[in-house]
Design a protein around this ligand. Structure first.
Ligand SMILES: [Fe+2]
Length: 341
């Protein structure tokens, strides 16, 4: 059963109270002010958290006091950060000062709530499916750090939900587990695919097959813990080498298994400054809906850390090209460009 663990650094009075959120993954740490950590204390927190990371896959920090600036600075401690430049075409700028902050909010450039017909609302619908961030890039992401900048009223929804993709593998029926290990399937990931899946009518002219996809093995070893992980999610367009129907059947079967209620946790956002850090190579996540949609601002901002593991690049060429929407010639790209600005 979930419980509360305490870990204390021998070198300082720093102590972490780690509240487990689920029997197999997820934890909340309430008593550490991330914005105030010195370099030395950050190293000690990381050491204290090392076991928590391996076990839990995602950690919730309440009321951190982080701002845009300190959020980005804190995130850099985890590794090289991804940025949103591929999506900012035609001289467009993000609505805040940092290209390292991905916009996970529902507000326009003037701070108003996006309407349901706004292209960005259609773009965001794909995030309601369980996924891992940036699996569509040649180099995938390790950690995501999502912070609440402004929240809707309590009890209006907007939770972030997590699924334990390592335990999902562990608990698979033995015959399916053996099949996956024997075949060592490769998944083809596509941002265009998940956008179209989220709003098929709006993106009717968008054909994911027209764009490069990036390839990662589905069954992988999570190097830090040594556990086996199912690396999949909504950006996964198809499984290579399988007929389309068989590919879909296997994907739906695996996703259905991994996202059963008993394998998931729903985290509520309580205060501005709340932060959730997750390991995209150990858990999946999705954005929850609710009564706030179309009515109240839910402004969440995310930094994304480039993976540094040996499988970070999957089967992809090591090059700094990310599938933004850079083509002004393709009608489908123009529609996507409109959707992300
Ligand atoms: Fe995401």
């Amino acid at each position: 059963m979930p419980g509360i663990l305490q870990q204390q650094s021998p070198e300082t009075t720093l102590q972490l109270d780690i509240k487990e959120l689920h029997p197999t993954f997820g934890a909340e740490i309430d008593n550490v002010k991330l914005a105030d950590l010195s370099d030395d204390d950050f190293k000690r927190v990381l050491e204290l958290m090392a076991k928590a990371w391996l076990q839990h896959g995602f950690l919730v920090f309440r009321n951190t006091g982080l701002t845009d600036t300190t959020h980005v600075e804190f995130s850099r401690r985890f590794g090289d950060l991804d940025d949103i430049r591929p999506y900012m075409t035609g001289g467009r700028k993000p609505r805040y000062d940092y290209y390292e902050l991905f916009d996970a909010g529902n507000v326009d450039g003037e701070g108003a709530v996006l309407g349901p017909d706004n292209p960005r609302s259609h773009y965001g619908k794909g995030n309601a499916f369980f996924h891992v961030d940036s699996s569509f890039n040649p180099r995938r992401a390790s950690y995501s750090l999502l912070r609440a900048a402004k929240l809707p009223p309590p009890n209006t929804g907007g939770n972030t939900e997590f699924a334990d993709s390592r335990t999902a593998f562990d608990t698979l029926p033995e015959d399916l587990k053996h099949r996956l290990l024997e075949k060592d399937y490769v998944g083809a990931h596509s941002l265009h695919s998940s956008r179209k899946r989220g709003s098929p009518s709006f993106f009717a002219d968008l054909h994911p097959e027209d764009f490069p996809m990036h390839r990662h093995h589905i069954v992988q070893t999570h190097e830090a813990s040594g556990r086996t992980n199912l690396y999949m999610g909504a950006h996964l367009h198809h499984i290579e080498g399988l007929p389309e129907t068989e590919s879909w059947q296997l994907l739906w079967s695996l996703m259905g298994w991994a996202t059963r209620p008993e394998n998931t946790v729903s985290v509520d956002w309580r205060s501005e400054g709340d932060l959730i850090i997750w390991d995209n190579t150990a858990v999946m996540h999705r954005a929850g809906g609710g009564a706030f949609e179309g009515k109240y601002v839910r402004d969440l901002r995310r930094t994304t850390v480039h993976d540094a593991s040996s499988t970070a690049w999957g089967l992809n060429e090591k090059k700094d090209t990310r599938p933004g929407f850079n083509s002004a010639e393709k009608p489908a790209d123009r529609k996507l460009q409109a959707a992300v600005t």
